[in-house]
Structure formats: C-alpha cells, structure tokens
Ligand binder design. Structure first.
Ligand SMILES: O=c1ccn([C@H]2C[C@H](O)[C@@H](CO)O2)c(=O)[nH]1
Ligand SMILES: [Zn+2]
Length: 132
C-alpha cells in the first residue's frame, strides 16, 4: 500500500465528517497488517466535549472489529501545515499502535509529514506506568 493511496482513503473519509460546529473536516485511514483499511472522520456533538476525532473513529472502528495490528495511519485536513493530531488522539494511538508505526500527516495542499508514533508522543504514559 502506497502512502498516496492511504492519503486518498483519508480524503474520502473526510467527506463524511459531521462538523456543524467547527466546520473543520478531518479524515483518517488506518492500514492493518493484513492490508485492510479502516476509514474515520470527525463526528461532533452539540455537547462539544463529545466530539470524536477522525483518528480515534478509525482506530475504534478497527479495534472493535477485532482488527488490532496496524502498520500506518494517514490523517488529512484543510490546514496550512500537515494536520497535527490532538493530544487525546496521540495518547490513544500510542496505546493501540506499535511505537514504530508510520504516521502520515497531510493537508489539501499536498504537504506530507511522515513520522513514527514514538516521535508523535515521546514519553507517552503507557500501561507499564500503571503498575510497580
Ligand atoms: O487531528 C485532528 C484535529 C482535530 N480534529 C477534529 C476535532 C473537532 O471535530 C474539529 C476541530 O478541532 O476537528 C480531528 O478530528 N483530528
Ligand atoms: Zn484528536
């Protein structure tokens, strides 16, 4: 699976965003080890704190279907720089994805920034921190 293909999937997902409040559409596409793609968009709510980001939508869709091994995620929004995932998504991605997983951030201008999970949230709070 090419980076460009995964980005196209994320752009397609973005079209389904439900964003009556922010008007800020985001799309994500998560690639599993088996080559399957789970798309996600952001879904907002009149109770603003209930808004769910595109990245977490894609991840929760995949995980809840029993697909738990991933190799890449692409995220796209209409931003000046490649869209930076929020802190909540960084934390969730760091728990459910391998630390060397490829994170592809992009925007509608075609700017692309590739990094690993480890670079996206260095020193993340992790399950190992819960126990002595
Ligand atoms: O990486 C990001 C950043 C923001 N959002 C969403 C949350 C909210 O619906 C809107 C504005 O923050 O964009 C995402 O889905 N992903
Ligand atoms: Zn987020």
């Amino acid at each position: 699976m090419k980076t460009e293909q995964l980005i196209e999937e994320a752009k397609a997902a973005r079209e389904f965003a439900y964003v009556p409040y922010s008007k800020f559409k985001v799309g994500a596409a998560l690639l599993t080890k088996d080559g399957k793609i789970y798309r996600g968009c952001n879904i907002e709510n009149a109770a603003y704190s209930m808004c769910n980001c595109a990245e977490r939508t894609a991840l929760f869709k995949a995980y809840s279907e029993g697909d738990t091994k991933y190799t890449a995620i692409a995220v796209v929004a209409d931003t000046v720089r490649p869209v930076p995932p929020c802190g909540a998504c960084r934390q969730v991605i760091s728990e459910l994805c391998p630390s060397d997983m490829k994170i592809i951030l992009t925007n509608l201008n075609g700017d692309v920034k590739e990094l690993t999970m480890d670079e996206l949230l260095p020193g993340a709070f992790s399950p190992e921190d819960l126990y002595e």
